[in-house]
Design a protein around this ligand. Structure first.
Ligand code: ARG
Length: 454
């Protein structure tokens, strides 16, 4: 195909150069955003009298036809085209001749692509937010069913204090809620139109940038013309939001993998969300969670690729920027894929409450409560902590647990110990009496669920 810019050139482009330069294989997906932007631009050109109203109308109608034809599969993207912008313009000119050539008045692909990526990513942000919300809902449903399920809580992956499975799950729900709010912030900053900056310097035509911005649902325009065409902050921000959310999914995945292991056996995933081994018949592997964990690395890579690509770029547009698309689309596609499979996987979790309870009963998980008991009886926490530690040491030596020591033995450590200590260090009491805001007790968990359902 002859190049739009062929006028200045004496030679045909080399085939390899053409392929190397071409971005249609990955920016073709922006066809709807591109056409929507072009319709807004052509409408403005007509309104401002830069092209005739008739031409403007014909361009807009034909662009709408092209959009419909691509959607219906009647028009295929030409892999030989340089990019989606060139393809649409060439198709327009093919259909309406001379008039089609007027569309690109007072516009450059530099501001066009900057516009397209924002329109495209706005849609992606909305979809990703919806998928995260679905996952939060799945977590909340599982939490509802496990408000009284006791499990060991860990620090350093050592049993620390008893918690409820609901409280554990809600931690992830809150992380994901922040991920949504981060996407909202990114959207807000992204939602300004760069169109009208043209190549980099603006234009001598009497354009109306605000009109275009408003008709495309933007909150305003990106003011500076050089900034308009060379800024990819919002692409980086979105990649960062995705990397962070994937990090949360990855940590959750890691724990799902652990919790499914024979060593824990706290939960089981449905067969449909697990795979077997080709050699070991006993195996049931949590591949989905492992893949999500693995794909997190890939999203980090996308973020780093973007930051590195932009580092040191002089103003204004540079072709390096074409590389933003593969990176951000890969991150967007990856997180969508992960979220789509994660929520139904969570829905299939069966909880092995007995195993969780049994694990929580080991490891002197109530030693803090034993110290708190002495504090309630008037002792300073540091002294109580020391005594509780000595008693744990004694139990380890005697191969027993705090619940099984006699009161006589307790009395040798402090005369503050009375019979009510057993009730105090009981696992259920330790878990459910923690009713401070955000804690594991049933009331605290219910308040969190209500907050999250908001
Ligand atoms: N395909 C290009 C990109 O994605 C479009 C902009 C091209 N601009 C230019 N001056 N060659 O960045």
């Amino acid at each position: 195909m002859a190049k739009m810019w062929a006028g200045r050139f004496k030679k045909e482009e080399n085939k390899e150069v053409n392929d190397f330069n071409s971005s249609i294989s990955f920016d073709g997906r922006m066809y709807e955003s591109d056409i929507t932007g072009s319709i807004a631009h052509a409408t403005m050109l007509g309104h401002q009298g830069i092209i005739s109203e008739d031409d403007s109308k014909l361009i807009c109608e034909t662009l709408a036809d092209i959009l419909a034809d691509i959607k219906d599969g009647k028009l295929e993207l030409d892999p030989e085209a340089e990019d989606i912008h060139m393809f649409v313009e060439a198709e327009l000119t093919k259909r309406i001749g001379e008039v089609g050539k007027r569309l690109h008045t007072s516009r450059s692909r530099n501001d066009q692509v900057a516009l397209d990526i924002r329109i495209e990513l706005r849609k992606d942000i909305i979809e990703i937010k919806g998928l995260i919300q679905n996952l939060i809902n799945s977590i909340l449903n599982l939490a509802e069913k496990n408000k009284e399920t006791i499990m060991p809580g860990y620090t350093h992956l050592q049993r620390a204090q008893p918690i409820t499975y609901a409280n554990y799950l809600l931690a992830y729900a809150y992380m994901l809620k922040r991920d949504i709010s981060r996407l909202d912030d990114t959207y807000k900053r992204m939602n300004y139109s760069p169109l009208g900056a043209c190549a980099l310097a603006g234009t001598t035509y009497d354009i109306n940038r605000e009109m275009v911005a408003k008709s495309l649902g933007f909150d305003g325009i990106v003011m500076n013309s050089l900034d308009s065409v060379s800024d990819r902050d919002s692409v980086v921000e979105l990649a960062n939001d995705i990397a962070l959310c994937m990090m949360h999914l990855s940590r959750f995945s890691e724990e799902i993998i652990l919790h499914c292991s024979w060593e824990f056996k706290f939960i089981e995933l449905d067969d449909a969300y697990s795979t077997g081994s080709s050699i070991m018949p006993q195996k049931k592997n949590p591949d989905i969670a492992e893949l999500v964990r693995g794909k997190t690395g890939r999203c980090y890579g996308d973020l780093i690729a973007l930051l590195t690509m932009l580092k040191g770029l002089p103003l204004a547009y540079n072709k390096d920027m074409q590389e933003d698309k593969e990176a951000i689309f890969d991150a967007v596609d990856t997180i969508k894929q992960c979220l789509k499979i994660f929520a139904p996987m969570i829905d299939t979790i069966t909880v092995n409450k007995e195993n969780m309870r049994r694990a929580a009963a080991k490891g002197f998980i109530n030693a803090t409560d034993l110290a708190d008991y002495l504090v309630k009886k008037g002792m300073a926490f540091r002294d109580a902590y020391k005594i509780s530690g000595s008693i744990v040491g004694y139990c380890i030596e005697k191969n027993t647990i705090l619940e099984d020591l006699s009161l006589d033995i307790y009395k040798t450590y402090s005369d503050k110990f009375e019979n009510d200590l057993y009730e105090y260090i009981n696992l259920e009491t330790c878990t459910f009496k923690r009713t401070s805001m955000g804690a594991s007790g049933v009331k605290s968990v219910e308040a969190q669920i209500k907050d999250l359902r908001g």
